[in-house]
Write a protein that binds this ligand. Structure first.
Ligand code: ADP
Ligand code: MG
Ligand code: MG
Length: 205
């Protein structure tokens, strides 16, 4: 298990879902979320592929963040890019990631997305997967669960969050132009965030 492999698995999962994510964005946006994310991770994987296998997780995350920012034009590039850059903070100089560190990384990522995009929970964005994931993670830590158990609850909460985005109006990003017509559609960004968390869970499991 290495940071480099984890990124490879997560990146491949996103690339595999390119058409699905693009179809979702076709319904309530401009139909490029899958294209944006696949382009971003193809560029990122080229950059991480050449790093030594034992490169520390914090450095890998920085490479991912900068790679996404420089290769993705849409809103999701700078938002996810900032998320990965910020997640690199709490794991700096750590060789082993425990549940508390993982939670701190997730929260730093969320804070980065909010600093940039100014969205809150309930605005039909990627945060509607990530914030419930963080809350579920916190519950897991409180109940003395293992990292893997916490991550499993986080994935479940993120999936529920995606379902929840179908019921609400978008008030941030392009989907907000549709107002009530965005109801009934799941948010592409909440979906890609959940794809990433799920791939990470399956890799660690
Ligand atoms: P664009 O909208 O520029 O075409 P993408 O299609 O790649 O970019 O990404 C759209 C996704 O970005 C949305 O589904 C939503 O989850 C997310 N998003 C948009 N604006 C924000 C924001 N202000 N905060 C958090 N996420 C956002
Ligand atoms: Mg789009
Ligand atoms: Mg776009």
């Amino acid at each position: 298990m290495t940071g480099k492999n984890a990124v490879k698995i997560v990146g491949q999962a996103v690339i595999e879902k390119k058409m699905f994510l693009t179809d979702l964005d076709q319904a309530i946006g401009d139909g490029d979320h899958g294209i944006n994310m696949a382009r971003g991770f193809e560029s990122v994987l080229q950059k991480t592929e050449v790093l030594p296998d034992d490169t520390d997780i914090s450095s890998i995350l920085k490479t991912v963040g900068m790679g996404l920012i420089s290769s993705v034009g849409g809103a999701s590039g700078p938002l996810y890019g900032t998320a990965f850059l910020r997640a690199a903070g709490p794991c700096k100089d750590k060789t082993n990631i425990d549940a508390n560190t993982a939670k701190a990384m997730l929260d730093a990522a969320i804070k980065g997305i909010q600093d940039r995009g100014k969205a809150q929970k309930g605005e039909k964005t990627m945060l509607d997967a990530l914030i419930p994931a963080s809350e579920a993670f916190a519950e897991g830590i409180k109940a003395d669960k293992t990292l893997l158990e916490c991550l499993s609850s986080a994935v479940q909460a993120a999936q529920d969050g995606v379902e929840y985005t179908k019921t609400i109006i978008a008030t941030k990003g392009r989907a907000s132009y549709l107002a009530e017509r965005s109801i009934g559609h799941q948010d592409p960004g909440a979906t890609s965030a959940t794809i990433m968390l799920t791939a990470l869970y399956n890799y660690i499991k």
